[in-house]
Write a protein that binds this ligand. Sequence first.
Ligand code: MTE
Length: 313
Amino acid sequence: MYRDPTIRSSDITPESVYLNRRTFLRGLGALGAAALLSACGVNASDTRSNQSAPTNTLRDELGDPANTFEQITTYNNFYEFTTNKEDVARRAANFVTKPWTVEVTGMVHQPRIFAIEDILQMFDQEERIYRLRCVEGWSMVIPWQGFPLHKLLAIVEPTAHAQYVRFETLYDPDQMPGQRDRYFPWPYVEGLRLDEAMHDLTILSTGLYGRTLLPQNGAPLRLVVPWKYGFKSIKSIVKIELTDTMPVSLWMAVAPHEYGFYANVNPDVPHPRWSQATERRIGELGRRKTLPFNGYAEQVAALYAGMDLRQNY
Ligand code: MTE
């Protein structure tokens, strides 16, 4: 696995530092308990009392341990840089994310261009420990920092006509050599139905493990939609547009029979070229069963009531 020679070994395990800091804060009672819980109601700190050596005891609400900082930052999909997952970190290392603006526009009453600094100031960064299930069959548990997308949308005030949200990644082939590959219709585009975008599980992330997001994970701002395949979680966003037409995502444009608009994690609907019934959690041997809606069915299944999820894949 790739290691950046400029990263000291002490930097490679920041989850230890992070966990210690969380334990310390808990001891102080300096923060409200809510700030230390995952969004899904897990009290991850329960198992952490009297811990002597820092071990990774961050868990999602199913009890699964978080992947390490190193795993999350050295095994990535970011085709703008390379299709080699273990080389994205190195190739994206010098990606310039300052200055950075995000335009929020389209069917809104208050269109606006936000500087990333304003976004960081305006919204409290919450911790959300989510599973990320890649369409290719691997998964991770990631302790994100971020805020619900609905908070940003509330500021621009979608009009009554808005039905979908379209997201766009930066287009800059000088920095992102993968964008010279004519096979893909760059820039990377993704979309959500407005009610999916407004769901509280849907976040914009600015960091993970208590640190600012690194380029390979989609700095400075990326979407995270935990019940959908990972490709919906578009990275390095520069534009968010409210619209009344279903956006055509990059993957829908490239292979419409393989990648639909919804892309809800569904073990019963195989990808045309492989099963989606099981997944390999990075760092584990063997495979685990994939859960409907990636384990978030209780929170999100109602969004799709009455829909044929085989048709709407
Ligand atoms: N966003 C952009 N702009 N380009 C990409 O290639 N890959 C997607 C998604 N977002 C991708 C992207 C895929 S397939 C996955 S699985 C996740 O990012 C991976 O996120 P991670 O590298 O932070 O784990």
